[in-house]
Design a protein around this ligand. Sequence first.
Ligand code: SF4
Length: 759
Amino acid sequence: MNENIAISVRELVSYVYRTGSIDERFQTNTALVEGTAIHQEVQEKYVEGDEKEVFLQYEYQQEGINLTIQGRCDGLLQTPEGPVIDEIKSTARELDEIDDLTHPVYWAQVKGYAFMYAAKENLEKIQVQLTYVQKRTKEKKRLQHEYTYEELAEFMKDTVGEYLSYARILLHIRKQKDKSIPDLAFPFQSYRDGQRKLAGSVYRTIEEKRNLFAQAPTGIGKTISTLFPAIKALLLEDMERIFYLTAKTITRATAEEALLRMKDIGLQLRSVTLTAKDKICFQEETICQPEYCEFADGYYDRINGAVVDILMNETQMTRPVIEQYARKHRVCPFEFSLDLTDVVDVVIGDYNYIYDPRVSLKRLLPDRKKRTALLVDESHNLVERSREMYSAAIHRSAFQAVGEEWHEKDESIQKAAQAVAADLNRLSEFTGREASLDGIPGELEENIERFIAVAEPVLKEDREGDQTKALADLYFESQNFLRILEHVDEHYRYIAQKLENHDFKLKLFCLDPSHVLKETTKAFRSGVFFSATLSPFSYYKEMLGGTNKDYILQLPSPYDSSQIDFTINPLSTRFKSREQTAPDLAKSLSNQVMNHKGNHLFFFSSYQYMEMIYHHFCRLTDVDAVMQEKGMDEDRREDFLSQFSPGGNLVGFAVLGGIFSEGVDLKGDRLNGVAVVGVGLAPRSFEKELIKNYFNGKGRNGYDYAYVYPGMNKVLQAGGRLIRSEDDYGSIQLVDDRFLSKKYQQLLPDDWGNYRILN
Ligand code: SF4
C-alpha cells in the first residue's frame, strides 16, 4: 500500500534547492512594512480577471509514496500572451543587485506552481514571474520566464526525485510516532487528584480546536498533565505539532523531563528545545556572516545532511544534542534548531517564539499554525512579558553618540542621527520629568526612517569596528521602534521621560496587551494557558486575551490542609513602618524556624528590606542563614539552592518576585517553611499609574489591575514553593496586616483559608 505524505511547494523546493550561507546583512528585517502588507499592496493592483492566493494541488505517485504537493500562488494573471504565475517577494536588498540567479529557491517555487496550474489546465506553455518589492523604497522589479509543460514536468520529476529519500525518513519517523502514541500510558502509577481532569480538559480543548484557561495548584504535575493529552491529540486529524512555551529556562527542563519519562515507556516522537541565539551561539560575538562565522558559511549546503542525521539518531533534541550535531556538521546551532521546528512533533521554547513581534517564527505559516496547539506554561507571566514585547523605546543619547562617532566617516549618517536627536530634544523641552504624550511629531517618524535608510547600506558594506556595532544596535532599535509604532492604538501611551544622566527616552508603552495575545492565539488550533496562580481568574483570562467561548478549569488543591501550618502575622510592612516593626518581624520569623525545624525561605519586597531583617534575625538566632545577591548567574543560583539539602536547617533570605520565588522546585525535606513579608505591591510609578488610569477608564478597578493583582501573584508564587508533592509538610507565614482585609482575603486560595492569626 502506498504511503501518503503532504507537503507545500515552498517546503519541497526549499529542501531541494537551498544553498549558500547565512548572511544577516541581507536579513536585516528592514520590514518597515511587513511582508504580508507588501503582498497585499501588490495584489491590490491586479486587474480584472487576475486572481490572488490561488490554491493549487498535484498528486505524485512514485516509488510507493503518494506525495500531495500543495500551495497558494500569490497571483494568477491573465495576459494577452497567456497566464502568468506571479510570486511576490519583499527584499531588503537593492533591486539592481537582484537577477535571475539570485534566488534559485524562489524560481523553483514559482515553477512548482506553474507546473501544477499547467497540468490542471492542460497548457502547453506558461509564464512565471517574480515580483520583488524593496521593503524600504517599495520599488518593484519584475523578472519573467516562459516554460513549456514538458520543461516544468521534467523539473518537478527531478525535484520530487531528490526529495523522496527525505520523505521516506519523514514517513519512517511519523510511523514510529503514530505507532507509539495509542499504547502510551500515563507515565505515573496513578493520576493525582485533579490530574485526570486537567488532562481530559486539555485533550478536549485540542480536539474541539478551542482554548483553555486552567488554574491548577502547585505540585499537581501540570507539565505532564498537559503534555500527555496533547501528545495523544497528535493523532487527531489536522493536528501535527505542539509548542510548549515557557517563561523560564528551568521550566523548559521540566518539559524535557516529562518527554523523557514518556520516552522511557515507549513514546517515539521528535522534540526540539529552542535556546536563545546569544546563549547557544558558538562564537564570542554573534556576527552571523560567512566571513566571520564558519557555522554560517555554507550553512544551507550542509543543513540537509545535519537534519537527516539528527532525525535518524535522536528523538529529544535538547541543547547539548543540538550543539553536538551542529559541531559535527558545521552548522549554526541556533538556525539548525529553528530548521528542526518544521519537522519535529514538539517544540519547547520561550514565549517569544510565538508572541514577540520581533522574534516570532515567521516560518510558521497560517496553515501550519492551524495544525499547532500551544501549551503556555506559568502563563501568568505572559501578561507582563507581552507588555514588554509590545513596547519599545529610543534614547536621545544613542542618536547623539552615533552622530558624533560618524562625524568624519559618513556625513549622511551623522546628519540623519542628529536629526532624530534634535527631534527628541525638542520633545524633551515641552515635557516634565515624565509625561504621557498624545502623539509624536510625524517628522520624528520620518527622520527615524531616514536614519534606517542611510544606515543600512553602510551596515551591508560591513565596515569593521565598534562604530559599526553602535550603529547596528541603533539601527535595530530604530527598526523595532517603528515596528511597534505600527501597533500603537488606544491600548498604548507615548511616554516621554527625562533620565538622570541628561538623557531623554521616548517609549511606546503597551498598557493592555490582551488584544494582541488574543489575535496571536487565534491563528493557532488551540491555546492552553495554565498556571498555579491565575488568580483572580477573571483578571488573567481577560489579560491573556480569553473570550467567553473558551474553556475554563479551576482545580482545588489535592493536598490536605493539615499539611500546612498556615499563619498570618498582621504587622505593618509599609515602608514607613519597617524600622519600627523590624524587631517583631525578626522575632516572628525566628519563632517559625524554632517551631518548624528544617529549611526555610523568607521573601521580602526589596533587597534593602531583606538585608535589614536579615541582620535583626542573625542577632536573635544562630541558625545558618544565606542571602540572595543582586545579579546572580545560573551557577551562583544553583549554589544557593544546593545548600537546601534534605534534613538541613538553613534559612534563605530572598526577594519576592525574584529568581527564587518562582520556578524553584525544592521537594520534600529540602524546604519546610516559607514566609512572605508584604503583599508584593510594586512601588508607585508613572507606568503603573498609566495602567491604573487606563483600566479605571474601562470600568475596572485600575489600582487592583496595576498593583494588587500582580503583587498578589508574587505572594502566591512564593508561598507555592512549599508544597511540591503529596509528602510535603511545612509552614507558611504571611506577614502584613492587609492580608486580613476583605480584598486580600478574597485573593487567598481556598487551601490557604485555614490560618491562625499571630499576635
Ligand atoms: S554560530 Fe553564532 S555567529 Fe555563527 S551563525 Fe550561528 S548565531 Fe551567528
